[in-house]
Design a protein around this ligand. Structure first.
Ligand code: MSP
Length: 521
């Protein structure tokens, strides 16, 4: 049986349209999914929308619409945007879908029966923007302000159903201790452990007074299931079918630091509670929750009023100027996968586009295929005897293939992409050393030309292979120019020397044309 791999993104609120943050997490999940598919795994990649938030109902009310009408409209924009941006998700879940709502009600019903969910009263500091309570001690630390929006927390008292999170502190600490990979990066894991040690309160699991927007609490129509509990269950409801159950547990829940607590604490605790119900033995704890950091823009936190917000329009502008793969390149290579925020800067984007994509990769593609047309009749030539420079190039190719996989295993996507491009740089150096354009005119060196062109084409093929997860359109175009349409691709793609001899190659236009820098802003 093929190993399976299940990667998820957060499901996004549909009060507004997607922006760079949503596209970023989804693109990184896409890179991971493509890389795992390339390795032959049975991959399931899920994204979608989180629709029962009060802010969705509020945004709809502002426009005189029913919540579902506004949710439909924005969910459609998320779906079509991800489609246009080449995201290879296998499903798109909406929390307003019956397949999700029914299962959430069933699971919550089970938790009522086990006593993990009970009716109680709660008073505490509440962050309306984030729709979450902030524990008292932490609220004081934060000066009673939202750590996300900076707006004042409000004191709130509610009669609610609660989830007995406090009962799971020891189990959670045990899990985090035994499984260092469960929450990553390490600094985030340590934060989570520290906060659990400070003590866990039970958390509200239902809401009243939100009108009819939300999933009804089983057996109590006055209450709606709290949007965060509803949302977390998406990961499970999407795969709770006979065809898909084998994907569980998720291999990685990719998220950002803003929603770490829900994913690293509340979610595993809910699953531990559910596991106690007969028939739910399959509901294991996810293998990993990986929390990246945030994009800022032009050196400052993104803000609609600051004029530096990278919304859909700005993204479209970038793609129409530089191309989709150039955007992916920037997101992957410069993005905040680690514990530091990353800056989206137009000037840096432009510099890297020219240095890495136009000069390094584009140049390799164009010079290799042009020379092949000129000196080998546009067919991949058979190599002659290999020397030192060939051995060096083969060594770099082998190292690059290993390095991409090693970095990807640690989700170091930027370094993995760098390793792939290192082979492009080495191939450029190789061609400069062999100088086939000069050797072709020199009777004593002419014999080296087919060897040089063969090795150039072969290096290019492996570069394309390594770029598949990161720059899929570019990789496909390189394959096509090398005459490698689908079926012709070698079985062992990372092995140097597996490129069929005699394939017809095609020059084509510049893959990454030079661009006059558009006006900043
Ligand atoms: N609906 C909840 C998530 C429920 S998951 C069960 C939610 N939605 S959200 O629309 O606010 O999306 C939050 C996520 O969007 C972050 O965790 C991150 O993945 C992404 N980003 C939003 N802004 C971001 C940046 N500025 N930078 C990087 N990613 C960010 O929270």
């Amino acid at each position: 049986m093929t190993d399976s791999f299940y990667v998820t993104t957060p499901i996004y609120y549909v009060n507004d349209r997607p922006h760079i943050g949503h596209l970023y997490t989804t693109t990184i999940a896409d890179v991971i999914a493509r890389h795992r598919r390339q390795a032959g795994l049975d991959v399931f990649f899920l994204t979608g929308t989180d629709e029962h938030a009060a802010k969705v109902a509020d945004a709809a009310a502002d426009r005189g619409l029913a919540p579902i009408a506004w949710a439909d409209r924005n969910a459609e924009i998320f779906l079509s945007t991800f489609g246009r941006y080449g995201i290879s998700n296998d499903d798109f879940i909406r929390t307003t879908q019956a397949r999700h709502k029914q299962k959430v009600q069933r699971w919550v019903g089970q938790l009522l029966e086990t006593g993990d969910v009970y009716l109680g009263e709660y008073e505490g500091w509440y962050d309306p923007g984030e729709e979450e309570y902030v524990p008292d001690a932490r609220a004081e630390e934060l000066g009673r302000k939202s750590p996300i929006s900076g707006r004042a927390l409000v004191r709130k008292k509610e009669k609610n159903y609660f989830f007995k999170l406090s009962a799971y502190a020891d189990s959670l600490l045990g899990l985090l201790g035994e499984r260092p990979d469960l929450v990553q990066p390490d600094a985030r894991r340590n934060e989570v452990i520290g906060r659990i040690r400070d003590g866990l309160n039970d958390v509200p699991l239902s809401r009243t007074g939100t009108g009819s927007w939300g999933i009804e609490m089983p057996g109590d129509p006055d209450h709606r299931i709290y949007v965060w509990i509803d949302a977390l269950f998406n990961y499970l409801s999407a795969v709770d079918t006979d065809e898909r159950r084998h994907y569980w547990p998720a291999s990685v829940h990719l998220i950002a630091k803003d929603i770490l607590w829900f994913h690293a604490v509340i979610w595993p605790a809910l699953l531990l509670a559910l596991q106690r119900v007969p028939g739910n033995e399959w509901i294991e704890i996810p293998r990993q929750v990986y929390a990246h950091s945030f994009w800022i823009s032009e050196g400052r936190k993104m803000g609609k009023s600051l004029g530096n917000f990278i919304d859909l329009e700005r993204l479209e502008e970038i793609v129409s100027t530089y191309g989709l793969d150039a955007l992916r390149y920037y997101l992957v290579s410069q993005g905040p996968m680690g514990v530091n925020d990353a800056d989206f800067a137009a000037a840096r984007f432009d510099d890297l586009y020219h240095a890495e994509l136009a000069n390094k990769l584009g140049n390799l593609v164009s010079r290799t295929l042009h020379m092949n047309a000129k000196f080998a009749d546009g067919r991949v030539p058979a190599p002659g005897p290999a020397g030192e420079p060939e051995a060096t190039l083969v060594g770099v190719a082998e190292a690059a293939c290993r390095s991409v996989d090693e970095h990807m295993a640690r989700l170091e996507v930027g370094r993995a992409l760098e390793a792939a491009l290192e082979l492009a740089a080495a191939a450029n150096r190789y061609l400069e050393e062999r100088e086939p354009w000069k050797a072709a005119k020199d009777p004593e060196r002419r014999a080296s030309v087919p060897t040089a062109l063969h090795h150039g084409c072969e290096a290019l093929r492996i570069v394309a292979h390594l770029l598949v997860p990161f720059l899929p359109a570019t990789a496909n175009e390189i394959f096509s120019r090398l005459g490698l349409e689908g079926a012709a691709r070698p079985e062992r793609p990372t092995r140097f020397g597996s490129l069929p001899i005699g394939l017809e190659t095609r020059k084509g236009d510049a893959l990454f044309p030079r661009i006059e820098r558009p006006e900043a802003g």
